[in-house]
Ligand binder design. Structure first.
Ligand code: IVH
Length: 668
């Protein structure tokens, strides 16, 4: 077979499997087979850049290009829908439509209201041309590159009958499972959590890095087709046709005629939506005929032919018994409402977060109050109000925020600009100690895979550990259970602790749990200073010179190494053999020889792969950029570099380095 044909066949096949997997949820082949096919195509494409296609399925696996979003004016403004909150308001809408259409029969299309962020996709000749966010309704951000990584959005359409040029709108969502996974990872890395999948989807789509978008597994449902040559008069029929072109269209769509049918649809989905993989916050009702839609027209803000019915956030009323206070690993104190158990959105709720002292103050909570608890798009229930009418002589005193740490008694402090109160006793406050140990052993830090938080709690309570260095002194005999039955797992634990001396220096820096020093900052510091001694003796000024290290991190590092307990801890860890500097190999592989340089990698290479070159650039302090500009320091060019890139580099006088030249530059 001709190479060109082979490439085309693979692209078609991969598009089909993508569709099966992401739209139909019915894969025909295993992930491994899929990956194999994808690699085959990647290799062929790399060897034959002349058959390049921007819509190839390989383009969904994207690089880390930095993009600035360009603003685009919508061809048709993106309006919003007016909201209704009860059946009477729905009935009013139905009546307005009936009288607006002067007695003509009409159909209403009922569908889910997805709670994500809206997107407008433009297709020309069956190809995705552009993806733009809603923005202010008139202009939005061009997020095409990011949207291309969303697997269920077709880059090329299947089937027949689609207009040459059209727009399709829908909602981009983060499925609940991806959302929970993402937040769990963020928690481990001590990054702020997303409150709900909508915020997470929005943060993701606006990310400057398409590879972040690709990793986070977004989903998209399409619900509105626009253009001059739309195939049918019926909205419902158009969407069914769009399903045939590979778009993901909600299964929960129904055409009805009576108000009773609309109510049935609402009642059914109010409950059934809990089983959907993505967040929904209501129902949308649309007059089905486009001709009738035009006849009804628009108000300044929204169509007269459609309306949203919003589900009630599930709410319950129960008695507040006490407010307790939780001390987190960082010392932040969170107030928690303890209530009489109450059924809410499928689970029994006993506790709800009160967030912080300000929120508590605003609610003016009294013990014994009847409080309203809601579970909205957020997973953690929250108290949204107090039934003040239910107060009486039996109502207790006002719930006050505490002044001292409930765990260690230290006086709490509040840092400027922060909502939370903190326990400042980092060294001796038990949850902070246990939290630091849990962080030290976590997967991304020292990765003691056989130890978990419960075990840490147990060892702490038994007095076996007071800090992370104590872990290295644990003996099998101490932890194998009284009758020795758990000897096997005890040996495993002791071995995994001993093995941790292999963990690279940058992860050791992260594992220390220096406040505000996440994985990336730890990596930056480790590579810059190369040893713990150098890091410990860095001055504030030194630290502030480093790219990516701001004031907050720098000050926290200084504070950490000024604390005698920490210095002593590091001394003991060093004694146990924990890595306190970059290894010889790492020293070899890392330098700052490319510091401050922006480098474009282009073409096909023979000595190393493209990705290896990109990693090398980063390891030597350089930055990978996607396209050539006057700011580019040089181009690392393999064979077959695209002619337009070559021309641009020449025009801007950007040096072009071969593989050999580049390697010479980075070896000592
Ligand atoms: S139709 C002119 N259908 O709700 C009508 N919108 O307040 C265009 N939404 O911005 C919108 N699910 O982001 C439509 N099935 C659905 C929807 C839906 C969610 C969102 C959309 C829009 C907002 C309207």
């Amino acid at each position: 077979m001709e190479v060109k044909e082979q490439i085309e066949r693979l692209r078609k096949e991969l598009d089909r499997h993508n569709y099966n997997y992401y739209v139909l949820n019915a894969p025909e082949i295993s992930d491994q087979e899929f990956d194999k096919m994808m690699r085959e195509l990647q290799e062929l494409e790399a060897a034959h850049p002349e058959y390049d296609d921007p819509d190839s399925p390989t383009k969904r696996v994207v690089s880390d290009l930095n993009q600035e979003f360009v603003q685009v004016t919508h061809r048709y403004p993106m309006l919003s829908l007016s909201n209704t909150y009860n059946k009477q308001e729905v009935a009013d809408f139905y009546e307005r439509v009936r009288s607006g259409l002067e007695g003509e029969p009409f159909e209403i299309c009922c569908e889910m209201k997805y709670d994500g962020l809206s997107i407008s996709l433009t297709y020309e000749h069956g190809r995705l041309l552009r993806a733009v966010t809603r923005g202010d309704g008139v202009r939005g951000d061009d997020v095409t590159e990011n949207v291309k990584t969303i697997r269920c959005i077709p880059l090329r359409l299947s089937g027949t009958g689609y207009p040459d040029e059209f727009e399709i709108r829908g909602e981009i969502l983060m499925p609940w499972t991806s959302f929970e996974k993402l937040n769990k990872e963020r928690e481990e890395r001590e990054e702020p959590l997303f409150a709900n999948p909508r915020n997470a989807a929005s943060g993701t789509l606006k990310s400057k890095s398409s590879s972040v978008v690709a990793q986070r597994k977004l989903d998209a449902y399409l619900y509105y087709l626009l253009g001059d040559q739309i195939p049918f008069d019926g909205h419902y029929e158009n969407l069914q046709a769009a399903r045939g072109w590979d778009f993901k269209i909600s299964q929960g769509m129904k055409k009805v005629t009576t108000l009773e049918d609309i109510y049935d649809f609402i009642d059914y989905w109010d409950d059934e939506r809990k089983n959907l993989p993505v967040a929904t916050d209501g129902i949308v009702l649309k007059v089905n005929s486009l001709r009738q839609q035009r006849a009804l027209g628009y108000t300044a803000k929204s169509p007269r032919w459609a309306i949203a019915y919003k589900f009630q956030a599930e709410r319950a009323c129960t008695r507040l018994n006490a407010v307790t206070f939780q001390v987190g690993r960082t010392g932040a104190v969170t107030p928690v409402a303890n209530m009489n158990p109450v059924q809410l959105a499928g689970t029994v709720v006993r506790r709800a977060t009160l967030h912080n002292a300000d929120v508590m103050e605003q609610l003016d909570l009294h013990l014994g109050d009847m409080v309203y608890v809601e579970k909205g798009g957020e997973i953690i229930p929250k108290i949204v109000g107090v039934d003040t009418a239910a107060r009486g002589p039996q109502t207790g005193p006002k719930a006050e925020f505490i002044t001292h740490c409930p765990e260690c008694g230290a006086e709490l402090v509040r840092y400027e600009g922060e909502a939370a109160w903190y326990c400042p006793n980092e060294t001796y406050c038990p949850p902070q100690i246990k939290g630091r140990i849990e962080h030290y052993i976590s997967r991304r830090a020292m990765n003691f895979d056989s130890l978990g938080p419960e075990t840490v709690d147990d060892y702490y309570n038994r007095g076996l550990i007071r800090d992370v260095a104590d872990l290295y002194d644990i003996q099998v005999l101490q932890i194998n259970g009284e009758d020795g039955t758990r000897e096997k797992s005890a040996r495993k634990i002791v071995r995994s602790i001993a093995d941790s001396v292999q963990v690279p220096f940058e992860r050791v820096v992260f594992a220390l749990g220096i406040r505000f020093v996440g994985e990336i900052a730890a990596k930056t510091l480790a590579r810059h200073y190369k040893s713990m001694d150098a890091l410990a003796s860095a001055s504030l000024n030194d630290l502030l010179q480093i790219n990516g290290i701001g004031e907050v991190i720098a000050e926290s590092v200084i504070r950490y190494f000024h604390n005698e307990t920490n210095v002593e801890l590091i001394r003991r860890l060093r004694e146990k053999g924990v890595r306190m500097q970059l290894s010889e190999e790492e020293l070899e592989a890392h330098s700052d020889r490319l510091a401050g340089q922006s480098i474009v990698v282009s073409g096909v290479f023979t000595l190393h792969s493209r990705d290896e070159y990109k990693t090398m650039i980063e390891q030597h302090g350089g930055k990978n950029v996607g396209s050539i500009s006057s700011k580019t320091s040089f181009v690392l060019a393999g064979s077959n570099m695209g002619p337009s890139k070559l021309e641009k580099a020449k025009k801007l006088n950007i040096p072009i380095l071969s593989e050999e030249d580049f390697l010479k530059r980075i070896v000592r």
